[in-house]
Design a protein around this ligand. Structure first.
Ligand code: NI
Length: 161
């Protein structure tokens, strides 16, 4: 188990574009494991590789209360979105803050899993929000630029994306 350092807003790496993963390697396998360890340790529901300083198109998500249902998305592409939801969002790179963001309520994503097998995953509500938030990170976008009405301070023990 290895916890990586989470980059905080203001770090220029968070504003950069991530690159496609061409093939799986032992190094990328370790990165994915470390991203999951880091996300769980920080009690987040999602983490993108640039948040640990690696500009690769890799995202991990787990919205389950038990933290036993990890989703790994490599080179994710949004195929379809529909509907709308407006709700609270946070980010491990923006500690202690949350804000209201409008996102699609349904998102269909194509990606590769950790075995580089193509997968298509659909999500609604929190999962749809997590897909959008984490994939935004791969384009150097942070939710703070999409917040309606400004950021708020939250308790440290609240969940973050
Ligand atoms: Ni985030």
């Amino acid at each position: 188990m290895a916890i990586r350092n989470i980059r905080i807003i203001g770090d220029s790496v968070l504003k950069k574009q991530s690159k496609e993963v061409k093939e799986m390697s032992p190094k990328i396998k370790i990165l994915i494991k470390d991203m999951l360890d880091t996300m769980y340790a920080a009690q987040g529901v999602g983490l993108a590789a640039p948040q640990v300083g690696i500009l690769k198109r890799i995202v991990v998500i787990d919205i389950s209360p038990e933290g036993d249902s990890p989703i790994v998305l490599i080179n994710p592409v949004i195929l379809e979105t529909s509907g709308e939801q407006t709700g609270e969002e946070g980010c491990l790179s923006v500690p202690g803050k949350s804000g209201t963001v409008t996102r699609p309520n349904y998102v269909k994503v194509k990606a590769f899993n950790e075995n580089m097998e193509e997968v298509i995953i659909e999500g609604t509500e929190l999962l749809a929000r997590a897909f959008m938030h984490e994939i935004d990170h791969l384009y150097g976008e942070l939710y703070v630029d999409k917040v309606i009405g400004g950021l708020r301070s939250v308790n440290n023990d609240e969940e973050n994306d």
